[in-house]
Ligand binder design. Structure first.
Ligand code: PHB
Length: 401
C-alpha cells in the first residue's frame, strides 16, 4: 500500500519535469509538497451539532477512515477534506456551501440531510461542483442538480419491500408513525401504496415532529387502533428514544408487529436499546453484521477508529469518498464537473453493504435491500439479514420517469 502510494505521488512530479533527489526516505522528505493546483478540496456540509449531530460524526468518521486506509493522494493530487457543521439548518448549509465554493474553491461538495441538500443544489448547479449526496434519503434530491450523485439510499427503496414482506407474512391492518419531514412523507407514501395494493388496510398515519420527538402519545393512539402491524420511520439518531418509549408503553409485548425501513434499528443506537427491539423486522440497506469479508474488515476498522458501530449513515460517507477517489482515477485528476459526473455514471463497486452502482440515467444509487430481524448475539442486539433483494432502484423515480 505504502509503496504504491509513493509511486502515485512521484510519477506526476517526474512527469512535470521536476527532478527528485536520491531514493528511499530522503526522496520522500525532499519531495516538494503539492502546490495549490495539485490539491483537490472536498467540502462536506453535515450536522455535527444539534439533534442530528450523530449523522455528522458518522459521516466524518467514515470519510476519515477511508482516507487513512487509502492515503490522501489520488491521481497525483493531494486530497484536502473540509468539514462544515450546518447544525441541520438549510440556511446554514447554503451559506457554508457558498463559502466553500467561493473562498475555499472546493472541487467537490458532500451534501448531508435532505433540507440542506435541497438548499445547496442551486449553488452546485451554478458553480458546476460535483456533489455527492451522502445522507439524504428523499427521492427528489438528485433531481435538484445535474451535478448531484447519491451514495446514501432512498426511503422508498426500503418501504415498498417491507410492505410486500408484511403482506406476505399475514399483515392486514397497519398504522404508520412517521417523522414529519420529507423522508418520512416518502417512506409513508411508498409503504401505504404497496401495503394497500397488496390488500392491506391503513388505519391511520401519525406524524411526529422531527425535533425533540415525543413518541408516547402517538404510540398510545396507534395501540388504541389495534392494528396487527406498526410501520415506523424515525431518522438516524432517534431509534434509541423511540425504542425506550415503545417499551415503556408496553408495545414490545402487545403482539403488534413493528416494521420499517432500516432507520428504526440504526446500528449506532441498537446497543442502547436492550431487549425493546428484539424480533423487529426491517428492510434496510446496511447492517454492521452484513456477512461479507469486506464488511467484516470495514465494521471492525470503523469500530476501532470511532468507538461506535458502523451504521447505514456511515457507509454512505465511506462510499461517497470511494466514489470521488475512483472518479478521479478515471479522469486522471481532472475535476471538470461534466467529466467527473460522466465518470461517476454507471460506476459499480463492492461496498461494505454489498455491490452498489450509480444509475447512469438518474445518478441515484442502485443497491441491495435486505430483510433483517433484530436478534441478540453475544448479549447485544443486531439486525441479522435473512433475505436479499438485489440491485434495487428508487421506486419513486421508476414510477415517475
Ligand atoms: C434525510 O436527510 O433524508 C435522512 C436522514 C436520516 C435518515 C433518513 C433520511 O435516517
Amino acid at each position: 500500500m505504502r509503496v504504491t502510494r509513493r509511486i502515485a505521488i512521484c510519477l506526476p512530479i517526474a512527469a512535470m519535469g521536476l527532478s527528485l533527489v536520491a531514493g528511499g526516505a530522503a526522496a520522500q522528505n525532499a519531495a516538494p509538497s503539492p502546490t495549490p493546483q495539485d490539491t483537490i478540496k472536498i467540502g462536506v456540509v453535515i450536522p455535527m451539532t444539534g439533534v442530528q449531530g450523530a449523522v455528522g460524526r458518522e459521516i466524518s468518521d467514515a470519510i476519515k477512515l477511508y482516507v487513512a486506509q487509502h492515503g490522501d493522494i489520488v491521481a497525483g493530487k493531494k486530497i484536502e477534506l473540509i468539514f462544515k457543521d450546518d447544525g441541520g439548518v438549510p440556511d446554514n448549509a447554503k451559506r457554508l456551501a457558498q463559502e466553500l465554493i467561493v473562498n475555499d474553491k472546493v472541487s467537490f461538495l458532500g451534501a448531508g440531510l435532505t433540507p440542506s441538500a435541497m438548499a445547496m443544489a442551486p449553488m452546485a448547479t451554478e458553480a458546476k461542483v460535483p456533489t455527492v449526496v451522502l445522507v439524504s434519503g428523499t427521492s427528489v434530491v438528485t433531481e435538484r442538480s445535474p451535478y448531484y450523485v447519491r451514495t446514501s439510499f432512498t426511503l422508498g427503496q426500503q418501504a415498498g419491500i417491507i410492505a410486500d414482506w408484511a403482506i406476505k407474512n399475514g399483515s392486514k391492518k397497519a398504522v404508520s408513525i412517521l417523522s414529519d419531514w420529507a423522508p418520512g412523507a416518502e417512506a409513508g407514501k411508498v409503504f401505504e401504496q404497496s401495503f394497500s395494493k397488496g390488500g392491506g388496510q391503513i388505519l391511520d398515519t401519525l406524524k411526529v415532529p422531527l425535533a425533540n420527538p415525543d413518541f408516547s402519545p402517538f404510540l398510545q393512539r396507534a395501540h388504541d387502533l389495534q392494528p396487527d402491524t406498526l410501520f415506523v420511520f424515525v431518522p438516524a439518531g432517534e431509534a434509541g428514544t423511540f425504542a425506550r418509549q415503545f417499551a415503556e408503553r408496553g408495545l414490545d409485548k402487545s403482539g403488534i408487529k413493528l416494521i420499517g425501513p432500516g432507520d428504526i434499528v440504526d446500528d449506532d443506537d441498537l446497543p442502547l436499546t436492550g431487549d425493546a427491539l428484539l424480533g423487529v423486522v426491517t428492510a434496510g440497506i446496511y447492517s454492521a453484521t452484513h456477512p461479507s469479508q469486506l464488511n467484516k474488515e470495514y465494521a471492525a476498522a470503523y469500530q476501532k477508529a470511532s468507538g461506535h458501530r458502523a451504521n447505514f449513515i456511515s457507509v454512505g460517507g465511506y462510499d461517497g469518498i470511494t466514489l470521488i477517489y475512483e472518479a478521479l482515477k478515471k479522469t486522471g485528476g481532472n475535476t471538470d464537473a461534466d467529466t467527473v459526473i460522466g465518470a461517476m455514471k454507471g460506476m459499480k463497486w463492492e461496498s461494505p453493504r454489498g455491490m452498489i452502482s450509480i444509475d447512469p440515467r438518474t445518478r441515484d444509487i442502485i443497491q441491495n435491500v435486505y430483510i433483517r430481524k433484530v436478534q441478540k448475539v453475544d448479549g447485544q442486539p443486531w439486525a441479522i439479514e435473512f433475505e436479499t433483494f438485489p440491485a434495487v432502484k428508487d421506486p419513486l423515480k421508476e414510477a415517475v420517469n
